[in-house]
Design a protein around this ligand. Sequence first.
Ligand code: ATP
Length: 298
Amino acid sequence: MLKVEHLTKDFGHGRGIFDVNFEINKGEVLGFLGPNGAGKSTTIRHLMGFTKPGQGKVEINGFDCTNKPQEVMKYVGYLPGEVALPDDMTGGQFIKMMKAMRHIKDDRYLNHLIELFDLDYQGSMKKMSLGEKRKLAVVVAFMADPEILILDEPTSGLDPVMQEKFIEFMVEEKRRGKTILLSSHIFPEVEATCDRINIIKEGRIVAEVDAADLKNERQKNFQLGFTNPSNLAQAMSVFDNKKIVQPLVLEVTVAKERISDFFKQLADLKVIAINERRFNLEKYFLDFYRSDKVFEEI
Ligand SMILES: Nc1ncnc2c1ncn2[C@@H]1O[C@H](COP(=O)(O)OP(=O)(O)OP(=O)(O)O)[C@@H](O)[C@H]1O
């Protein structure tokens, strides 16, 4: 439904995006994570047809985003990272103007969003708080009930209650079959909604994480502690997928269907401690951009 192929935009001095590739299938939610300046907004701006690729192409629903932005807009609700709303209007006037521009006749979804986000749209936008403006932008971006949502840091500027509401909204939209690209720094938001996560660093996609790995659905990692090297060596000979992570600690990866065999094997070993090491997206991400290390498959 959404395709980014070999997308490159070189701003010079190593800045920009380089050979970015990904696809989002219908009904899928893709998280887009990366530190400041990594290239998330630049990628999204190409999808919205705001800027032309140096190389490569971007497509939504089979339409080229660069040459057919009007076609693309019919399917997409876009929430930019920074919203600039006109100061000389009330929220209500702005909603009315945007409804007319998008030829929206049916107010049911609009009213649902106004209620969900508890939006007070009566006053002048000049006097609205940052959070109120953000809520207004959310409601306007999605009032046409689009099939595809492109969200650039959607909850920045929202208070924790509204952030929760927004997560609920995304979970509900996902349930309704929407296709979503979510650029975000908020890990609970990403973990609650995404099927896959792409991590971008210095303009390049450097890791792809599957939600099943996030939830430890396919396999589990256990750390086993031993009192001496010979006990550790004995365990080393029993397990296939293992690595020593501390002097007397062995980490073993066990496929979900082999968990009960694993516990039977433990009975014959002199293990003094056992810990499940759960996959943690935040830690994975932070480790990753604090260091220059190249990430292993998880
Ligand atoms: N029009 C431009 N001209 C020159 N450099 C640009 C331009 N737009 C973006 N850049 C640079 O390209 C890189 C990627 O920027 P981008 O805004 O896409 O990052 P981002 O991942 O969205 O970051 P943030 O999380 O801070 O919003 C940065 O180094 C930025 O300075």
